[in-house]
Design a protein around this ligand. Structure first.
Ligand SMILES: [Zn+2]
Length: 402
């Protein structure tokens, strides 16, 4: 059974409305109002909004009969809502005007898809055993909206803590149109940024021995990091350390007081992430100490590794293959190097993060502009499939024994 044509058209129209008005970060007032407007049409939905951010949580109660000695499972479905500070260059008729922000990561499709899934589940609630939490999230790209929603009670929104959680993410390139892609275990990298400030003492460049020069110390840290990566970490559980920004001083003849390194660390397992951050701190402190200088280390952004539960990936694969055939699912051989704050949900609730190919027709997935590009185009013809898959993931869950 596929979703009604009327609902499919409504979901695509909603996506285009959202696409024309992208908003950034935690405050998405127009997007939130549009979501609330659509959700108002779904009977019996319990809707609440976040504090200090434009999140929306919607709970839909299953009405299928429940056997004695069981309770309803709670299934969480996520749709993120924020755009990016990118000037769209696709030429699409519904591109934002004025330009300057863009749904360049396809979160407009996620928001519309989650609305569609709730609307469809609303029509089929007599067959729905589960209670469903719809998580409309701001600030996926920036400020960790998922963690804030968890702190405001997201996981317990339906009563008992969510039993399973799922999110889809569309890709404008890389994966075949309409194909669902996932893997058990790590699927997106962990990301940690550190700001390291080397504290010396400035002076005249001609007499460095009368000052404490932070520049060669910072340089040693840059090189030491690369040795740390290859000498202390398993090549089959790789880590990435990049110093993307390095600043010190004002003129050739002045020893500066400080030097600053901005480091991004990427990891693909919780174990490596737990070891890497202290190892980098130890390295920079040790190098500074060896030269008699001080150092401050400040974390700047922290995203855990996104880890899929193997049993929930198996379940999701079964649901997707049951709906669309075995061609519709592909197992990813290695994690994606980007990061995702659905990781915060998956740290607490077993679930699966699943990619969905939305490359426009006629374009080669290997050469099409990628997510975050001003030229990225996401084909919303995949939306009915996304809606059906999300709804299917909720419909497939049976009662939980008490
Ligand atoms: Zn995204």
């Amino acid at each position: 059974m596929s979703i009604p044509a009327e609902l499919a058209a409504d979901v695509i129209a909603f996506r285009r409305e959202l696409h024309a008005h992208p908003e950034l970060d935690l405050e998405l007032p127009q997007t939130q109002a549009a979501v609330l407007g659509r959700l108002a049409g779904i009977e019996g939905l319990e809707v609440s909004t976040g504090e200090g951010m434009s999140s929306v949580v919607a709970v839909l109660r299953g009405e299928a009969p429940l056997p004695e000695g069981t309770r309803r499972p709670v299934v969480l479905l996520r749709g993120d809502m924020d755009g990016l500070p990118v000037t769209e260059e696709t030429g699409l008729p519904y591109a934002p005007d004025p330009a300057g922000t863009m749904h360049a990561c396809g979160h407009d499709l996620h928001t519309a898809g989650l609305y569609g899934a709730l609307a469809y589940l609303g029509q089929r609630r007599g067959e729905l055993v589960a209670d469903v939490i719809g998580m409309f999230q701001p600030a996926e790209e920036t400020d960790g909206g998922a963690l804030r929603m968890i702190e405001q009670g997201l996981l317990e929104a339906a009563g008992p803590r969510a039993d399973a959680a799922f999110a889809l993410h569309v890709y404008s390139a890389k994966y075949e149109h309409g194909r669902f892609v996932s893997r058990p275990g790590s699927i997106q990298a962990g990301c940690d940024d550190l700001i390291v400030t080397v504290r010396g003492r400035g002076g005249h460049g001609s007499v460095p021995h009368l000052s404490q020069d932070p520049v060669p110390v910072a340089a040693e840290m840059v090189l030491g990091l690369q040795s740390l990566v290859t000498r202390q970490f398993d090549a089959f559980d790789p880590v990435v350390a990049t110093v993307g920004h390095l600043t010190a001083g004002t003129a050739s003849n002045i020893v500066p007081d400080t030097a600053t390194l901005s480091i991004t660390l990427r990891t693909f397992s919780a174990g490596s992430r737990a070891r890497l951050i202290p190892a980098v701190e130890r390295l920079v402190r040790g190098i500074a100490d060896a030269h008699g200088l001080g150092v401050d280390v400040r974390p700047d952004c922290e995203f855990p590794v996104t880890v899929n539960d193997p049993a929930e990936v198996d379940y999701a694969r079964g649901v997707i293959e049951g709906l669309f055939g075995s061609e519709a699912y592909e197992e990813l051989p290695a994690p994606e190097p980007g990061s995702e704050d659905f990781s915060e949900v998956l740290l607490r609730v077993p679930g699966a993060y699943i990619l969905l190919g939305a490359v426009p027709p006629g374009q080669d997935p290997h050469t099409a502009p990628t997510n975050h590009s001003p030229l990225a185009v996401f084909d919303d013809a995949v939306l009915p499939r996304a809606v059906e898959a999300l709804a299917g993931l909720a419909l497939g869950k049976g009662p939980v024994a008490l």
